[in-house]
Design a protein around this ligand. Structure first.
Ligand SMILES: [Zn+2]
Length: 525
């Protein structure tokens, strides 16, 4: 064979197992990460021991690692191939269903640098005001394989993560869960953190800085104690001590509405970061300069902590269903206000958000594509969808029991939009399939079309609901008497009801409670 043929033969020999390989289905059990972060060279090096169970045997199992990072080895020379970000690891034919395996992935390199964290993703290499390295990382947008060899899907979470985070002596490394060990050898300090709950991949956190530690606790209504740990830049120690008391107000309100904080074993933690914020489980990234908004609370503390219930305990299986994370969490901000300042103030807050709706794309993205959302409708429109639903139900006891039960039912699970929709339908005993299809799977807001016509001395309201979804019928509040709202069920067919007034300007839909548009039309003669 000539040289080219040899090369071709080798190429096919390497490729063939991939082409015909049957991929095993696996369940990730745990990660044990050892990582040294070198601020001078903006480089990382270490390993991840991935333990997993075989659900369905195959020739290979698939993990991921950003192509720019070098994979040095997998355990004792386990063969693997790289196809872009995919790591195809060969499995021995003797491996069968139910077996558990542990593979050590050793790697190193220069990870992606974030241009605009947390929105794009990557490492943030900053210095604090005293010139000390201050490093953060956020990867919701690009995935954890941007810095870690891992499975990196939303539908499978490791049940335990142990993270040995090594940093130059004098700095501190902070990650999720509890600090179980600290060790300094020569010029390197290693901080070992452990999470004992399922955690989604993008939540595994790296924070490095010259941190001061504030230790506090919160007592729940049934007497349980939750540890609160705040890691802040030394210069902000006093500011944080006062400002982070808000965490307790948050916990009190959200435990009331959604049930107990979902990670008592791992504790609650805020870590000061050189970017705005991120919902890193039991290790929330905080970078909002200790500022409150016009409603008297720190948006980042309240919003990112709300994610502990919606995103971290209840996790979407596919990024396309990310509304589950952001809609409920954005809605939780208004509930925080309602808890402390009343319903009217909460409705003012929601009203402020209404101007941010774009209604250009459905809130559910493309499945299987690690969907990238280009607008904020999953936040504000999603909050308004939930607010509308609450007002349709018109029974706050039922509504809040439903929110609590939702958290109970899907506690620490990965879920789909359909599961959430069906649960809300069943629990509220309302047929909501068409409602969710309209608000989640279509960009448009339904429109109440109407006109008022006099007939035989009576004023008749003619009305119908224009929507994209067949069979959408929903109760809305409209002025059925002058300046008095009452429920009217609106659907796709024209209906008529008598009105005790004639002036069309008196007809209004309660837009403070419903995300429904109105349109006065000219009747056909
Ligand atoms: Zn969020």
């Amino acid at each position: 064979m000539n040289n080219l043929l040899i090369r071709l033969a080798l190429f096919f020999c390497l490729l063939s197992p991939v082409v015909n390989a049957k991929e095993a289905v696996i369940d990730v059990l745990s990660y044990e990460i050892s990582l040294f972060v070198n601020p001078t060279f903006k480089q990382i090096s270490g390993s991840n021991t991935i333990s997993f169970a075989i659900l369905k045997p195959g020739d290979i199992c698939v993990f991921k690692l950003a192509p720019q990072l070098k994979l040095l080895s997998i355990s004792n020379q386990v063969p693997f191939q790289r196809l872009q970000e995919k790591l195809l690891v060969s499995l021995a034919p003797s491996i069968k269903k139910g077996d558990t395996l542990s593979l050590v992935f050793s790697y190193e390199g220069i990870p992606q640098v974030a241009q605009n964290a947390p929105w794009d993703g990557g490492f943030v290499w900053q210095k604090d005001s005293l010139g000390n390295p201050w490093i953060g990382m956020a990867c919701e947008g690009i995935g954890a394989h941007s810095w870690l060899p891992c499975k990196d899907t939303w539908d499978d979470e490791p049940n335990q993560v142990t993270f040995h985070l090594s940093v130059p002596k004098g700095l501190m490394g902070v990650s999720n869960g509890r600090l179980v060990q600290t060790e300094t050898k020569d010029a390197i300090s290693t901080f070992t953190w452990r999470v004992n709950n399922p955690i989604n991949h993008y939540n595994i956190a790296i924070n490095i800085g010259k941190y001061a530690h504030i230790n506090d606790f919160y007592t729940s209504s049934n007497g349980d104690t939750l540890s609160l740990d705040f890691y802040v830049l030394e210069s902000n120690y006093n500011a944080a001590k006062t400002h982070f008391q808000q965490s307790k107000r948050m916990l009190k309100a959200f435990e009331h509405f959604f049930g107990k904080y979902p990670f008592y074993e791992d504790g609650y933690k805020l870590v000061e970061t050189p970017y705005w914020g991120m919902e890193h489980q039991s290790c929330i990234a905080y970078g909002n300069n200790y500022e409150n908004n016009n409603f008297g609370f720190d948006f980042i503390i309240i919003h990112e902590s709300g994610h502990e219930w919606f995103a971290n305990s209840l996790t979407a299986q596919d990024k396309a269903d990310m509304w589950i994370h952001e809609s409920f969490t954005t809605y939780s901000e208004s509930l925080f206000i309602e808890y402390y300042y009343g319903k009217l103030r909460a409705m003012q807050y929601l009203q402020n958000q209404k101007s941010k709706l774009t209604n250009q794309k459905p809130m559910i993205g493309k499945y299987g594509s690690y969907h990238h959302f280009t607008d904020n409708d999953i936040y504000y429109k999603g909050a308004w969808m939930l607010h509308t639903l609450r007002n349709m139900i018109d029974n706050d006891t039922l509504w809040f029991n439903t929110l609590r039960d939702l958290n109970k039912k899907f506690y620490h699970q990965t879920i789909t939009s359909i599961e959430v929709e069906q649960f809300l339908s069943e629990r509220t005993r309302l047929p909501l399939a068409a409602f969710f299809d309209q608000y989640l799977r279509n960009p448009n807001i339904p429109v109440l079309e109407y006109f008022i016509q006099e007939r035989n001395g009576l004023n008749e309201l003619h009305y119908r609901l224009q929507s994209n979804v067949k069979g959408l019928e929903m109760p809305v509040l409209v002025t059925l008497a002058k300046d008095k709202f009452d429920f009217l069920s609106v659907g796709s067919n024209w209906k008529i009801i008598d009105l005790p007034y004639e002036d069309v300007v008196n007809f209004r839909l309660d837009t403070a409670k419903f995300l429904v548009e109105t349109k006065l039309i000219t009747p056909k003669k």
